[in-house]
Design a protein. Sequence first.
Length: 297
Amino acid sequence: MKTNRESLVVLSVQGQIHHPLGGSTRVTSEGRVAAVPAIGGITYNVKVGDPVFGLTGDHIEPGVSIKNMNTSESDALNVFSCIGNRARVVSGKAEGAVGYVTGIHGGCEHVIIHFPQEVLYRLKINDEILVESRGQGLKIEECPDIIVQSLDPDLLEQMGIVTDGAGGLTLPVAAEIPSYLMGSGLGAAHSYSGDYDLMTSDWEAVRRHHLEKLRFGDIVLLKDCDNTFGRGYLEGARTVGIVIHGDCIAHGHGPGITTVLTTKLPIIHGQPAGSANIADFILSRSYDSGATEPERS
């Protein structure tokens, strides 16, 4: 697989650990009012690779959630941060610690970052984290009709992608999701930031498509989903996404999926795999105390 990775610009974007948001008292899809932990802050006991279902919470973001409080700078942080990017703590007691981006959450405009457990306990709200953003504009040269979005080139090369010589590709996926199960986030102006949700209020449909064991970081294939110009339905279109936040209690919501590959054509094929999760990439990365900067390939 050939890419244009050598031409990509590595650019700093920065945000602060964002305090958990209010408004987590929500009406469930059954019409009940519930108050549960929700988005933001530092989540100590939920990590990439963990199950998205079964948590007593709403839209739970694994690890650390950051945001820039300047609106235009926040837009840059959310658009230019790519899953798999290296992130570095640049203030506070954990200064120098290294983590990796695992998701981009729309609406709240959070960037979600994994850090080792010992780092989490040294972090605090408003600590500054710098992301070495790299990936927007990435192309697979053999696949001109497939758009790459929000994906670090190192992670792209670790996803087991095989090109077919005719402009298409095959890759391992944890699940395939039909378009009718995709909800909140449809109609967005573009898909270079944020995510959209797998709807889960119909649990029988979730089971029928073998989605009940989804995990944070799972790589999934969305069928008949077009994310080339916003998000919508198009028969034959294919999108590859990564599960970035947990299940939700509100109607029309569920685990969030950030899109990383998309095409209007039926040329992306999923190969069912026992494990197709970015945790295999993220947790194998070398972490650094900050004393010496590791080289980037």
